[in-house]
Design a protein around this ligand. Structure first.
Ligand code: HEC
Length: 196
């Protein structure tokens, strides 16, 4: 048992060390941004449509169910359509599977630092060499809008039943307490270099 876990750990360490940050070719930047923006908008539009439909049809309860059950489903659907892997990630996450990896955390910090300096860049791009294969990561920043506060706002102002349901589904929820205009996180789109 002990030996197995050591083997597993070494495997993990080796796995991690095989991802390396590389330079983003300057001449590719515009194309990456265009492809990344298009794909991330597809995901955001899909999510928003489902959310609005659910809120109109079944109210808040239904809407939380959509975010809970359908967010991943919609994401895989758009991934299949576009051929690019995608994720929504943030430091203050509701679902722990949306927690950032090392490179996503770097992108989140880049936006946070820029905002501190009074700037809001429209994207961030990274290039990673993953086991000899280069991929580009496009990050689109997300802002909190009025409608988001229903489920991500000040817990004291949120619908009690809704908050209870969220707490039951996500006991370690960090995604409340936002205000309109706050930086919420990013959509990450991973594009294989040979597609650009
Ligand atoms: C009806 C409630 C509801 C509304 C309204 C809502 N969300 Fe969420 N949001 C959720 C739930 C539930 C999750 C967790 C989804 C999951 O399990 O993957 C979530 C997850 C997220 C995530 C993924 C990161 C995380 O915290 O796990 C982002 C980013 C996000 N929401 C942004 C927004 C934005 C921006 C808006 C407004 C345009 C919004 N949400 C509106 C309920 C809501």
């Amino acid at each position: 048992m002990k030996r197995l876990s050591v083997v597993a750990m070494v495997g993990l360490l080796l796995g991690c060390s095989q991802v390396q940050k590389v330079e983003v070719p300057k001449e590719k930047e515009q194309k990456i941004a265009q492809v990344g923006e298009e794909a991330s908008m597809k995901l955001l539009k899909g999510l928003r449509m489902e959310l609005m439909n659910a809120m109109q049809k079944g109210g808040l309860d239904e809407a939380v169910t959509v975010c809970n059950k359908k967010a991943m489903e919609i994401t895989s659907q758009v991934e299949k359509e576009t051929g690019y892997s995608m994720k929504r990630t943030t430091f203050k996450y509701r679902n722990p599977s949306n927690a950032p990896d090392k490179y996503e955390a770097e992108a989140l910090k880049y936006f946070e630092e820029s905002i501190k300096q009074g700037k809001m860049p429209s994207y961030y791009i990274q290039a990673l060499n993953e086991n000899g294969k280069v991929v580009y990561r496009y990050y689109k920043p997300l802002k909190v809008e009025g409608v988001c506060l229903t489920c991500h706002g000040d817990p004291n102002l949120m619908d009690k039943k809704l908050l209870e349901k969220i707490k039951t589904l996500y006991p370690n929820d960090k995604a409340v307490g936002y205000k309109e205009g706050d930086f919420r996180g990013v959509v990450r789109v991973t594009i294989p270099a040979d597609k650009i």
